[in-house]
Design a protein around this ligand. Sequence first.
Ligand SMILES: Cc1cc2nc3c(=O)[nH]c(=O)nc-3n(C[C@H](O)[C@H](O)[C@H](O)COP(=O)(O)OP(=O)(O)OC[C@H]3O[C@@H](n4cnc5c(N)ncnc54)[C@H](O)[C@@H]3O)c2cc1C
Length: 333
Amino acid sequence: MRPFAYARADSAESAVRALSEAGPGVKVLAGGTTLYDLMKLDIEAPTSVVDVHRVPELSYIDTSGDELVFGAGARMADMAEDPVVRNEYPMLSESLWRAASEQLRIMATAGGNLLQRTRCAYFRGGEPYACNKRNPGSGCAAIGGADRGNALFGISDSCAAVYPGDWPIALIALDTEVDILGPDGERTIPLAELHREPGDRPEVETTLRPDELILRIRVRKTPAGRGSAYVKVRDRESYAFALASAAVAVAVEPTGVVTDARIGIGGVATRPWRVPAAEQALIGQPLTPESMRHAGEVAYQGARPGTHNVFKVELGIRVVADALRIAGERAAR
Ligand SMILES: Cc1cc2nc3c(=O)[nH]c(=O)nc-3n(C[C@H](O)[C@H](O)[C@H](O)COP(=O)(O)OP(=O)(O)OC[C@H]3O[C@@H](n4cnc5c(N)ncnc54)[C@H](O)[C@@H]3O)c2cc1C
């Protein structure tokens, strides 16, 4: 790890001031569960960090209004266990507790979770692997290489690295906004505008500037939350990233017809990926094995597999159908 300067902020405003003063080599430090890893691997080499882990105004969860509000410093474990989140938005709770390990979830924060970086082996493997994300212009050894983990959606000729997070897959399926503080004040963006597809600049992963701080994440409440589920398939049942996942929420009439559907898919795209066409395919239909399978097939239309990740298409379709089955049972209770 390279030497770096450390500053601890006691408020969001002082953090942004410190970020601006430090210049472009600065990084926000929250739980450190992924930033420190990447620094040890020499993939991240900030000249300074601004520690926001103990900023009280960032560390809260408020579910009392018409939105679920997660301060950027809220811990994954606390969000997963929050009674409103657990009972009324099981997809959010499940996506959190199926991620990482309890020790990590106690340290890791909402803001850091959104901004975690790909687990692509070529990105994390360092030299001698070509990786446009780690070393812009060097090429992509994953494309045409050992591509079992590669993304199927949002890929470019420069990069096919999967966005690895679970919770943001559930967030993207709901109407989620992110409040950001910068030197010029606060701004709000839809979560869908936070992460970038790689295009020809895979190293630029978000629309966040180095001197900006995520303040909070807000999810508009919806009755579909109760009929929701997060299904994650991975190589082992715990402590592993998704091969394919689906976050779904449905509202169903007493007749059994779907009136609202939200679907996000994970482990298969370069950023959190919502599939509106699959949602539309369900609305007005009853939830049957055929309609759930069809929604999965629509979700995976346009997938661009390589050589060793073709299996993710059928797997992903089944994961969507399975999540819909569980969500449908919950919606009917
Ligand atoms: C072994 C292991 C297994 C894991 N498994 C999973 C898994 O299965 N599923 C999953 O989803 N995740 C998994 N994770 C990732 C884990 O969820 C992240 O490490 C964690 O959420 C990051 O949060 P943090 O607070 O520690 O972030 P940090 O490491 O402190 O920061 C991460 C990034 O976010 C930036 N950042 C943090 N807060 C802010 C803010 N408020 N504003 C602006 N920028 C900010 C930092 O600058 C940094 O770039 C795993 C991690 C490990 C180490």
